[in-house]
Ligand binder design. Structure first.
Ligand code: LP5
Ligand code: MN
Length: 241
């Protein structure tokens, strides 16, 4: 049976050739045999608008490679992360993928799963949530996308620096998910298992919520780790507790 694969947090950038090579190897191996591939955000280190395809040859190569995988009969889905929330319809068409809302419910072999990037679960990080509300506002995005490409790249670097400075002063635990928010999401979506990335804290957690056992799979990032640790295959029930 062909598998369903989930990856996230690759943070692809030309300055990380090992991660890029691992991604290309993945596209040529496991992904080729899959039925579908879900990319749950932060595929790119940053995305400043779909005209990044015109200005950045590296981004174009990634897009073409994903498109080639789609052409070999693998259904590809992409959810925005906090680094690449400006990925739009032009990229989606060029990469032959479908953009998913966050969150999205899917059914695999009669089993329902809730997919998220994961940042919306980090509600104790109030400064981040305030920032997120600003950058996800369609009016803010339209203003930003009207700026020249070079200005947007400079802005992305500036936000990265401010974010790193802010993170240095944050306790580690507020950058993880809030358990009460996770429990509220399990309740809202009928206690189905969830898969997310973002926190770079790979694990499978079991939450008992209102006497329901709910699994939460946290995907790993792709930095300096073997590829097989970056893929959660839940198409076989044994993969989950
Ligand atoms: O990314 P990561 O994991 O290191 O940290 C995240 C949160 N930080 C972010 C910011 C991104 O890293 C920056 C990405 C830049 C490219 C995006 C596209 C550019 C669009 C605009 C240009 C075209 O998401 C971090 C969380 C952490 O995860 C854990 O969850 O803590 O959040 C922060 O650090 C946010 C700060 O607390 C507050 C915001 C500081 C920046 C404010 C800049 C405002 C600029 C306004 C310009 C008009
Ligand atoms: Mn993220």
């Amino acid at each position: 049976m062909r598998q369903t694969l989930f990856i996230s947090d690759l943070h692809l950038h030309e300055t990380r050739p090992q991660t890029t090579a691992a991604f290309f190897r993945f596209l040529e191996s496991e992904a080729k045999d899959a039925e579908s591939l879900y990319i749950l955000g932060d595929l790119f280190e940053y995305w400043v608008g779909d005209d990044q395809l015109d200005h950045d040859e590296f981004s174009g190569r990634i897009c073409t490679a994903i498109g080639a995988l789609a052409d070999s009969d693998v259904a590809i889905y992409f959810m925005h992360g906090n680094r690449d929330f400006l990925v739009g319809s032009r990229f989606a068409e060029a990469a032959h993928l479908t953009i998913l809302n966050d969150p999205t419910t899917i059914t695999i072999d009669e089993r329902q799963l809730l997919l998220l990037h994961g940042d919306t679960l980090c509600t104790d990080d109030v400064a981040y949530q305030t920032y997120r509300a600003m950058v996800r506002d369609p009016c803010w995005q339209a203003d930003i996308l009207a700026k020249p490409y070079s200005e947007r790249i400079a802005l992305a670097h500036s936000i990265r620096e401010q974010s790193d400075a802010a993170k240095a002063g944050k306790p580690d635990d507020i950058m993880d998910v809030s358990i009460s928010t996770v429990e509220a999401v399990f309740r809202e979506y009928g206690y189905i298992d969830m898969i997310h990335g973002h926190t770079h804290r790979p694990a499978t957690h079991v939450h008992v919520v209102d006497e329901h056992r709910c699994s939460r799979i946290v995907l790993a990032d792709w930095h300096d780790q073997p590829m097989c640790h970056r893929i959660a295959d839940v198409s076989t029930p044994a993969a989950l507790p």
